[in-house]
Design a protein around this ligand. Structure first.
Ligand code: BYC
Length: 340
C-alpha cells in the first residue's frame, strides 16, 4: 500500500551530525509529519521498526485467542460479528506491516523474527480463552485498552503509522462495543452466565493492565519516543486513564473488579487538564509480566506454533502468487514491446 517507490528507504547517505539532529527535532516539535523518503536519524527509524512491527505481530497473533471461538459462537449473529472482528485484526496487521516496510525492512524479515521467537508481541495474547465470556471481556477490555493506547498514535510523528492508526482506531471502537455488548448480555443473564463473565473478568483484569507496558520508571523507550512524539503519553498515564474509564463501566454491569485496593482517590493527581482525582489500584505482578514477555506465559508456545503452521501451510499460496506476478509481468512486457 505504501511501499511502491520506496525501494531505497533505509539508505542513510547523509551525515547525522548535531545540526541534522537539531533540525529533525525542530520538525517534530513543529508537529510536521515525517514521511518515508525524508532523512531521519537511524535510531528514529529503528525505534519505529521495533514498535510498528511489534504492533503488527500483536494484531496477527491477536487473531488466535478469539479465532478459537468462531466455530463455537452461541448464535449465527454472534458468529458473523466475531468473524468480521477477527478479520479486521488481520487487516490491521497488514496495514502495520506495510507501514513498517516503508522504513526499509521487508515483511519476510519481520515474519522470520516473529517465528524465530525473536520479536515481541503484546503479552495479552498469551492467555487462554476457555469460555465464551472471554470473547466479551477481550472486546470490552483488551480492545478498550488498545483504543486508550492507540488513539494518541493517530498523532504519531511518522506519517504512515499515524494514518494507519486512524482507520484501526475506528475499527477498534466497533470491537470494543461488540465486546461490551456480549459482556452486558451475560452480566444481565442467568446466574451461571453472570458467574462465567465474572470469572473471565477475574482472569483478564491484571493481564489487561499489563498491556500498557512496564511502569514509567522501568520503561526503557518512553523518554526518547515521547521526545520524538511517537508516543504521546507514558505507560502509567494511559493505564490510569483506562482504570478511571473502566471502573464505572464495571459498576454499571454489576461486575466486581478483582482488586481489593481499588478505591476512588479524590486527591489523586492524574495529570488530566485541571482535574484531579482518580482510582488508586493494587500492585501489578511485574514478575508475571516479564515471564510472559520472555516467552513463558500460558499460551506463548501454542501461539507461535499456530503462526508457524499457518506460514508453512500458506507456502503454496505465496509461491502461486509469485508465479502469477512473474507471468503477468512477462505478458505486459511482451505487450509493451509489441506496441513499441
Ligand atoms: N507486551 O520501554 P517500554 C490489539 C516491551 S494489539 C510485550 O515501555 P515501549 C489487539 C517493550 O516492547 C495491541 N512486550 O516500551 C489485537 C520493550 O521491549 P523492547 C498492541 C511489551 O515500546 C487483536 C520493553 O517491554 N498494541 O490491540 O515504549 C485483538 C520495555 O517497555 C509490552 C501496540 O503494539 C507488552 N504489553 O511501550 C484485540 C501499540 N509492553 O522492544 C486487540 C503500539 C512493553 O525494547 N505500541 N513491552 O525489547 C506501544 O504503544 C508501545 O510499544 C507499548 C510499549 C506501550 C506497548
Amino acid at each position: 500500500m505504501y511501499t511502491q517507490g520506496l525501494l531505497n528507504a533505509g539508505t542513510d547517505d547523509f551525515v547525522e551530525d548535531d545540526a541534522f539532529l537539531a533540525k529533525f527535532q525542530a520538525r517534530i516539535d513543529n508537529e510536521e509529519k515525517i514521511e518515508p523518503n525524508d532523512d531521519m536519524p537511524k535510531a528514529y527509524r529503528n525505534t519505529l521498526i521495533r514498535q510498528i512491527s511489534q504492533h503488527a505481530h500483536s494484531e496477527i497473533i491477536g487473531m488466535l485467542p478469539e479465532g478459537n471461538w468462531i466455530s463455537r459462537s452461541p448464535t449465527l449473529r454472534r458468529k458473523k460479528i466475531l468473524l468480521a472482528k477477527v478479520q479486521d485484526e488481520g487487516g490491521h496487521g497488514l496495514y502495520l506491516y506495510a507501514a513498517a516496510e516503508t522504513l526499509g525492512i521487508s515483511r519476510e524479515e519481520m515474519i522470520e523474527q516473529l517465528l524465530a521467537g525473536k520479536a515481541k508481541y503484546s503479552s495479552i495474547f498469551n492467555y487462554p480463552t476457555p469460555s465464551w465470556a472471554d470473547i466479551g471481556i477481550i472486546g470490552w477490555l483488551v480492545d478498550g485498552a488498545a483504543i486508550m493506547n492507540q488513539i494518541p498514535l493517530c498523532r504519531c510523528s511518522y506519517g504512515p503509522y499515524a494514518r494507519a492508526m486512524v482507520r484501526i482506531c475506528k475499527e477498534e471502537s466497533f470491537h470494543q462495543r461488540q465486546g461490551f455488548d456480549i459482556t452486558q448480555t451475560l452480566a444481565k443473564g442467568s446466574a451461571v452466565q453472570k458467574q462465567m463473565v465474572q470469572d473471565s473478568l477475574n482472569r483478564w483484569w491484571w493481564p489487561v493492565l499489563m498491556m500498557f507496558g512496564p511502569s514509567d520508571s522501568d520503561s526503557t523507550n518512553s523518554d526518547q519516543t515521547m521526545r520524538w512524539r511517537i508516543k504521546r503519553f507514558t505507560n502509567d498515564t494511559l493505564r490510569q486513564k483506562f482504570v478511571d474509564a473502566t471502573v464505572p463501566q464495571a459498576e454499571f454491569l454489576g461486575l466486581t473488579i478483582p482488586d481489593d485496593r481499588l478505591k476512588w482517590n479524590p486527591n489523586k493527581n492524574t495529570g488530566k487538564n485541571n482535574m484531579s482525582g482518580g482510582y488508586d489500584f493494587g500492585a501489578i505482578d511485574w514478575d508475571e509480566f516479564w515471564r510472559v514477555v520472555k516467552g513463558d506465559g500460558p499460551m506463548n508456545r501454542d501461539r507461535l506454533k499456530a503462526r508457524s503452521n499457518a506460514w508453512d501451510k500458506g507456502a503454496w499460496v505465496r509461491e502461486a502468487a509469485l508465479v502469477h506476478a512473474q507471468k503477468s509481468a512477462k505478458k505486459s512486457q511482451a505487450a509493451s514491446q509489441k506496441a513499441a
